[in-house]
Design a protein around this ligand. Structure first.
Ligand code: SAM
Length: 280
């Protein structure tokens, strides 16, 4: 396990993932009934952008930093930016929250969140960070394989909620592992919301992944949001990313197009940048 998210925190992919994650969480909050959240690949929860690893890549400069000076943010993006700002002194960007923090900040009194992180050092750091999170007592941290948690924890007693699957994709068969995990998840909990983040190097491979998820028994509602930040000429590079939603909340499908139309030119690295937000 070589992947460390601290090299990439706050980059364009985090922006897209966390904005859409927050929109989905906002809609879960609209009903009073408690919800359950599972983050299968949680990371450490909070990142120091002045730390050695983030400073090596400076990826946040082409991600979240491009949003901070803007005065034309759509409401959903504004809420996300406000959350990032709440960790930083005015006009500074040092701390970037991860997906566990965005989930934690949406928990109400009876909602629950389970975080899985397999890297022992990252799991320990996550546990320490979670103590400072909102609703910390409603959060469980497991130093374990997140795919295993899908089998162990679903369906949750709350019967509503979301599973976020955000693997590092450092293994060749990670897409297959995700498809297997979704099959297990949907078999156990057909009504849950599943949100999967994936990298786009060669856009052609993404269609294959979408079709495999679509073929899973019990998957009826499937929505994909993809962005290319540059023309994908060099397919060894991270040219974009996507989020695939099974059972997407209504508000997410309503807002995704406008959000991506706003974000794509800002996150673009050349004129080949484009997005799609579509039902599959
Ligand atoms: N979701 C985080 C966020 O948005 O802030 C970032 C997660 S990062 C892309 C992927 C994380 O998954 C890494 O911290 C890695 O150590 C961890 N990981 C890798 N394989 C795992 C597995 N099978 N189960 C749980 N965690 C895993």
């Amino acid at each position: 396990m070589n992947y460390r998210h601290s090299y990439h925190a706050g980059n364009f992919a985090d922006v897209v993932k966390h904005v859409l994650q927050c929109v989905a969480l906002d809609y879960l909050q609209q009903k009073d009934k408690p919800f359950f959240l599972l983050d299968t690949h949680a990371g450490v929860g909070m990142y120091d952008l002045l730390g050695e690893q983030a400073q090596k890549t400076l990826e946040a400069e082409h991600g979240v930093a491009r949003l901070l000076g803007r005065d034309d943010l759509p409401a959903a993006v504004q809420r996300y930016v406000n959350m990032v700002r709440s960790h930083n002194p005015a006009n500074e960007l040092r701390w970037y929250p991860g997906s566990p923090w965005f989930s934690a900040s949406h928990l109400r009194a009876n909602d629950q969140l389970t975080l899985c992180e397999l890297h022992p050092q990252d799991a320990q750091e996550l546990g320490e960070n979670v103590r400072e999170f909102p609703a910390a007592r409603q959060i469980k941290v497991q130093a374990s394989n997140g795919y295993g948690a899908i089998k162990a924890l679903l369906p949750p007693p709350q019967k509503r909620g979301m599973v976020l699957i955000d693997p590092p994709f450092e293994q060749r068969d990670e897409f297959e592992q995700v498809v297997r995990a979704l099959r297990e998840g949907v078999k156990r909990w057909a009504n849950g919301i599943y949100a999967v983040w994936y990298p786009i190097k060669d856009p052609l491979t993404v269609g294959d992944f979408h079709q495999k998820v679509k073929a899973i028994a019990g998957v009826d509602k499937l929505f994909a949001v993809d962005i290319l930040i540059r023309q994908a000429q060099d397919t060894s590079k991270l040219n974009g990313c996507g989020m695939l939603f099974i059972n997407p909340p209504f508000g997410l499908t309503q807002q995704a197009d406008a959000i991506m139309a706003y974000l794509t030119p800002i996150l673009a690295q050349d004129r080949g940048a484009e997005y799609q937000a579509i039902w599959l």
